[in-house]
Design a binder for this molecule. Structure first.
Ligand code: HEC
Ligand code: HEC
Ligand code: HEC
Ligand code: HEC
Ligand code: HEC
Length: 286
């Protein structure tokens, strides 16, 4: 339990870092707002044009006025620069920092536009065909490239594109060329295959770097096998993946979510079977 309590601080620290950055952006935005609004406000209050010590919006500055520091384009440039800098820092952070309970809807881009809707939905390939680990181990795992190659050794492009090439070739009286879709080309590239789909000795195969969608902190023990054997469907925890073009997190994956379900299934069972899902701390925390 100690481990859990100590590691529990990490998310809090990340949050503090994020808040400093938010604060910084907020200050920059406020400064910009004041900078633009101050001169019109002054005029409305009847104090006339601000003198040299007051800020003025660039569009109001008259050529004959004494140019103060606040009028200068240096300040505009600095503020705009700071704004872009903070946005530049913040935007990647908002997707990189995954705070607990704040991850629903997380849908990171993947190295290949692999569609579950196509493979698991339309083609109805079983989840376990690719995620065979879910039955036998803690991890469901992402399929290795050779599982893809069971089909994509032969299917190198969508059917429509292959038909179009066949027709074009017939018209031109030549043999049809092999069509390789750009997305599948990335798969062949990872396997270091050449245009003839043979291993290219000059290149090294490398695994595809899929981005993990569902993440639990290291101090939590989760086991797919136990859930799959008890009859909990993949969709209970992952949503209707077979309808997703790109996988998206649907459940909070918080401790409350896990423990509530454990209490619930102990009362109601899963699919009519009695289960005993423990709510002891040590079940999920080493
Ligand atoms: C009880 C809820 C639950 C069920 C049921 C479940 N999963 Fe998961 N799944 C999770 C959680 C939680 C994670 C994140 C695990 C982690 O970060 O260690 C995860 C992670 C994954 C991953 C990422 C790789 C990995 O192993 O961590 C895949 C793929 C996956 N699940 C597929 C499936 C499939 C396919 C099924 C059905 C056979 C399934 N899951 C059933 C909760 C569940
Ligand atoms: C059981 C066979 C099968 C398996 C296994 C399979 N695919 Fe497919 N995949 C297909 C078929 C068939 C199509 C073409 C469907 C069509 O005509 O549009 C396809 C289409 C695709 C496309 C879209 C191509 C395009 O440009 O439109 C991508 C990308 C893809 N698969 C990637 C993968 C990856 C990555 C894996 C391994 C994780 C994989 N597939 C495993 C059968 C399979
Ligand atoms: C043809 C192979 C294939 C089939 C069939 C398949 N998947 Fe996947 N799955 C993948 C690949 C490849 C990834 C990694 C890329 C991604 O996230 O889209 C993945 C990722 C996932 C993830 C995200 C894991 C994570 O946290 O990063 C979940 C959840 C998942 N699959 C569940 C399912 C479920 C549920 C089914 C059945 C309805 C299913 N998959 C069927 C190949 C497959
Ligand atoms: C949909 C309900 C549900 C959710 C959500 C759920 N579980 Fe479970 N959990 C179960 C069931 C059912 C069992 C199996 C009980 C049995 O075998 O009798 C189980 C068993 C377990 C076990 C025991 C494994 C073993 O070896 O005995 C662990 C560990 C576990 N869950 C962790 C988690 C964690 C961590 C989460 C959240 C990320 C979670 N569970 C979310 C229903 C759920
Ligand atoms: C069914 C699984 C499960 C059980 C049982 C469980 N936890 Fe957790 N616990 C989790 C998960 C999942 C997280 C990570 C949640 C998150 O990041 O929001 C977590 C996170 C925590 C954290 C860190 C909180 C933080 O803010 O990061 C502490 C501390 C903790 N648990 C203590 C306990 C204690 C004490 C018990 C026993 C009373 C317990 N847990 C029982 C699943 C469980």
């Amino acid at each position: 339990m100690n481990a859990a309590c100590q590691s529990g601080w990490t998310p809090a620290l990340l949050q503090v870092k994020l808040d400093y950055l938010t604060l910084f952006t907020a200050c920059v935005l406020l400064a910009l707002l004041l900078y633009c609004l101050a001169p019109p406000l002054y005029r409305r209050l009847g104090r006339g044009e601000p003198a040299s010590e007051q800020p003025a919006a660039p569009q109001n500055s008259q050529p004959h006025r004494v140019i103060s520091f606040l009028d200068s384009s240096i300040l505009t440039a600095t503020l705009v620069g700071a704004l872009f800098f903070s946005l530049f820092i913040l935007i990647p952070k908002t997707t990189a920092f995954r705070l607990p309970g704040d991850q629903i809807g997380y849908e990171p881009p993947q190295p290949i536009a692999f569609s579950h809707q196509l493979h698991a939905g339309e083609m109805q390939i079983s989840c376990l065909y690719c995620h065979f680990g879910a039955e036998k181990s803690r991890h469901a795992g992402v399929p290795p490239e050779n599982v893809c190659m069971n089909c994509h050794k032969f299917v190198t492009a969508p059917l429509g594109a292959v038909r179009a090439e066949d027709e074009q070739a017939k018209k031109e009286g030549r043999p049809p060329r092999r069509v390789i879709s750009p997305e599948l080309a990335k798969l062949y590239d990872a396997l270091a295959l050449n245009a003839q789909m043979q291993p290219d000795p000059a290149r090294q195969p490398h695994p595809l770097a899929w981005t993990k969608v569902h993440n639990l902190p290291d101090f939590v023990y989760f086991d797919h096998r136990a859930h799959v054997h008890a009859g909990v469907t993949c969709q209970t925890c992952h949503g209707p993946v077979e309808t997703m073009e790109r996988v998206r997190q649907q459940q909070p994956l918080t401790m409350g979510w896990c423990v509530n379900c454990h209490r619930d299934v102990n009362q109601k069972g899963v699919g009519g079977k009695r289960v005993n899902a423990s709510t002891d701390c040590a079940t999920c925390h080493y």
